[in-house]
Design a protein around this ligand. Structure first.
Ligand SMILES: [Zn+2]
Length: 302
């Protein structure tokens, strides 16, 4: 009658029965893996379709990809120690959607094979595709080189610039021979973004991706304005350069990413509230910033 004694007691095997393993449930009831994939599916949507953020491919083979390897817990823990990610982040890098990208199988493979990296360029507030292949195996990547991919730093789940820098260090190690240390980039989008009219560009450099398939939902109004700390934007007509990573770049990207809606939202999600009210307010202001109140949904940093 009873079904309680499913396993002989005492249970002496070294591991729990396999059928008892389940994904960890989040507060919302979704498994962490499902939450990761759902967040990416909702974020990397253009004209009503999921797309590869690099090339715009939108077929059913799209993959959920990780910037920091999904199993690379040593790197993840080091990032927490360094303060490059909030201290309360998920234990596994594979479950954090701000560590994720939607890509086609081709670009997923090239990303994991260290053929290219993505650099957030503070002067133009865009994520740039940089081909970095000493072995010249990525001929197709040349047409993508130096142009911005379809990520929006204003998004509450946009990848943090320093996560991409960790990947960039690894790419540069693999491709140790480069003909030039400085890389010319443009302020332009990848071709598919402009030819398919996927983005609204403002005259002041602001932009907003068209997420919905319904024209009426994005064709009115101006692109969402943005404001990040002032940077030394290159004069019009000159080619910006990406310099190799150094301490100054890390400090610059750290300062920029702490102003991003993604960082602030991440801090709020991971903050503990076990202290007194005063302690919690102090910690909130330190980690998120008091100026965030009231403009959380605008993506504007005043
Ligand atoms: Zn692609």
């Amino acid at each position: 009658m009873s079904s309680l004694n499913l396993y002989p007691l005492p249970y002496t095997a070294s591991n729990p029965p396999a059928e008892l393993f389940r994904d960890i449930e989040t507060a919302s009831g979704r498994s962490d893996t499902t939450a990761f994939e759902t967040d990416l599916d909702e974020r990397d949507m253009f004209l009503g379709r999921r797309r590869c953020v690099v090339c715009g491919d939108g077929d059913r083979t799209l993959q959920h990809c990780h910037i920091i390897g999904g199993k690379d817990k040593p790197a993840w823990n080091l990032l927490k120690t360094l303060g490059w990610v909030p201290t309360g982040v998920k234990a596994e890098p594979q479950h954090e959607s701000r560590n994720g990208l939607t890509m086609c199988p081709n670009h997923h493979q090239q990303f994991d094979d260290w053929r290219f990296f993505i650099r957030f360029e503070p002067n133009i507030k865009k994520y740039i595709f940089v081909l970095c292949d000493s072995y010249e195996e990525s001929q197709a990547g040349k047409r993508l080189h130096g142009k911005a991919i379809a990520l929006d730093f204003k998004d509450k789940r946009s990848p943090l610039p320093l996560l991409f820098l960790v990947h960039e260090y690894m790419v540069r190690g693999r491709n140790f021979f480069q003909r030039t240390s400085d890389v010319e980039i443009t302020c332009e989008w990848q071709d598919w973004i402009t030819t398919e009219d996927v983005v609204d560009d403002g005259n002041d450099g602001s932009f907003a991706f068209k997420r919905s398939a319904a024209p009426s939902s994005f064709s009115t109004g101006r692109p969402m304005p943005w404001q990040l700390p002032s940077t030394d934007a290159p004069p019009t007509g000159t080619q910006p350069l990406l310099t190799p990573p150094n301490g100054d770049l890390v400090a610059q990207l750290m300062a920029v990413q702490r102003t991003m809606p993604s960082w602030k939202e991440w801090q709020k999600e991971t903050m503990g509230w076990e202290g007194t009210a005063e302690e919690n307010i102090k910690r909130y202001v330190e980690n998120v910033g008091v100026e965030n109140a009231g403009v959380e949904n605008s993506g504007i940093d005043n």
